[in-house]
Structures are given as structure tokens and as C-alpha cells.
Design a protein around this ligand. Structure first.
Ligand code: APR
Length: 232
């Protein structure tokens, strides 16, 4: 029998217990910076050295972090369901936990891209990307992340995947940033929707099953329930 499809939309909250800070929980600051001062094309043009150093620091934190029980539990769904992870996170913790199909809506910090030709991307060897490191066409490399105001090329694929979802699980996102937040409106009306977040204030016309817990607690339990359901 064809496996049911689960789409998991994750945000910064799933990696919080791995030691990576969320964006909107600490007085609007992200590692001491206003996100708009470091995560925009304008910031890069104004002060590329500062932006590069900021992301080098972030990359260092990501490389030092490990997947937690929530990332790991999601992998277990793959025995019983067709699973797609659609993440807003730029860390690689889903991949390191072992998830097979991960779509990064906002890019991934372990890669660089040409500042002129965004489709030219490269793996970064180690934590630091340096000024003077160039793409094959001779342009400066920057982090392979989507900044505010930039297109989100992976959104179309994410929408296609959501349109066939039987279950949508949303974990650790404030659902304030579009187009990612709009994915909730692209699943079929029959899809079940779960939201795992200890502090959510989401209001939505769709019926959402809210699990008001940290991801490391709520996700393994939800996964267990969904797996057991297929045994009956
Ligand atoms: N477990 C689950 N959820 C948690 C936890 C936890 N341990 N700790 C915090 N959260 C929740 C918060 O309650 C909040 O709802 O995670 C959410 C984090 O929200 P944001 O900081 O806004 O992060 P996110 O939604 O991923 O941001 C979206 O904004 O800055 C941009 O591009 C960046 O991808 C990012 C996008």
C-alpha cells in the first residue's frame, strides 16, 4: 500500500535544544545583532566583512552543535511514511540526524554561493569563508543563505510537496516569515496539522492540533503516536 505523506515544516525552535539560538525569542536580537543588520543584501553591500564574520561565527556554532531528540525522532517516521522535511533553518542538523529528504527554504550555512551568480554554490571546508575567496567566474563568495528581500527559489518545490500532504507537522517556528509561513495554506483541507511549540500564539482557520511543549519532548511522542497508528 502507498505510504501516507508527512511534511514537516521546521523553524529555529527545533534546534534550540541543540544550543542554536532562535530569532525572535531574545528581545528581537540574534546573537546580539538585529537580524536586519546582518541578514539583508543591503548589509552585505554596506559591510561585507562584518556580515561574513557574523556568518563565520554562526557556522562555528552549527558545526559544534549536534542533532537532538527531535531531529532524531523525525527520522523514525520514514519507516512508515513518505517524509519530506521542509526547513527554514540554515543548520544541517536534519541531515546529520539522518533524514533522507530535506529541503532548505533559506539555504544552508555550510555552503557558499557566488555574490553575482547565486546558482553557483560550493561546500565550505571548515568554519570560515573568507573575503577574497571567489567563484569560478571570479566573484566574491558569500554564505548560501536567503536574506530578507531575496527570492526563495525552493518555495515552489515545497508547495508541490505540501499539496500532496496527508499530515503536516510544524515545529518551532513563529510563522512570521513568508513565504514559508504560507505553506500551511497549501496542504489539502483534509490534511491533519500538528504544531509543536512551547509558546505558540498561532491563530488559524485550519484545525491545528497544538502540542505546547519543547520539541525534544513533544516531537518524539508525536512520532511514536503516528508510527503506532500504522501498526493497527
Ligand atoms: N522547541 C520548540 N519550539 C521552540 C523551542 C523549543 N525548545 N524554543 C523556542 N521555540 C519556538 C518559539 O516559541 C518560536 O515560536 O520556536 C519559534 C522560533 O521562532 P523564530 O525565532 O521566529 O524562528 P523561525 O520561525 O524559524 O524564523 C523564521 O526568520 O529570521 C528569519 O530566515 C530566518 O528562517 C528564519 C525565519
Amino acid at each position: 500500500m502507498k505510504k501516507k505523506r508527512i511534511v514537516v515544516l521546521t523553524g529555529a525552535g527545533i534546534s534550540a535544544e541543540s544550543g542554536l539560538q532562535t530569532f525572535r525569542d531574545a528581545d528581537g536580537l540574534w546573537e546580539g545583532h538585529n537580524v536586519y543588520d546582518v541578514a539583508t543584501p543591503e548589509a552585505w553591500h554596506r559591510d561585507p566583512v562584518m556580515v561574513q564574520e557574523f556568518y563565520n561565527m554562526r557556522r562555528r556554532s552549527v558545526l559544534a552543535a549536534n542533532p537532538n531528540e527531535a531531529h532524531k525522532a523525525l527520522v523514525q517516521l520514514e519507516d512508515k511514511y513518505e517524509v519530506f522535511i521542509v526547513t527554514q533553518n540554515i543548520d544541517d542538523l536534519h541531515e546529520r540526524a539522518g533524514s533522507g529528504q530535506v529541503i532548505h527554504l533559506h539555504g544552508i550555512i555550510t555552503k557558499s554561493q557566488s555574490e553575482r551568480y547565486p546558482h553557483l554554490t560550493y561546500d565550505i571546508d571548515g568554519p570560515d569563508l573568507k573575503m577574497g575567496e571567489l567563484c569560478e567566474k571570479g566573484h566574491q563568495l558569500r554564505p548560501h543563505v536567503v536574506w530578507f528581500g531575496e527570492p526563495v527559489p525552493m518555495i515552489e518545490k515545497a508547495v508541490e510537496i505540501c499539496q500532496e500532504a496527508d499530515i503536516l507537522i510544524i515545529i518551532g517556528t513563529s510563522l512570521q516569515v513568508y513565504p514559508a509561513a504560507g505553506l500551511i495554506d497549501t496542504v489539502p483541507p483534509t490534511a491533519e496539522i500538528y504544531l509543536v511549540d512551547p509558546k505558540t500564539t498561532v491563530h488559524h482557520f485550519n484545525k491545528i492540533n497544538v502540542v505546547q511543549e519543547k520539541a525534544v519532548l513533544g516531537v518524539p511522542r508525536l512520532v511514536r503516536e503516528l508510527v503506532e497508528r500504522t501498526d493497527t
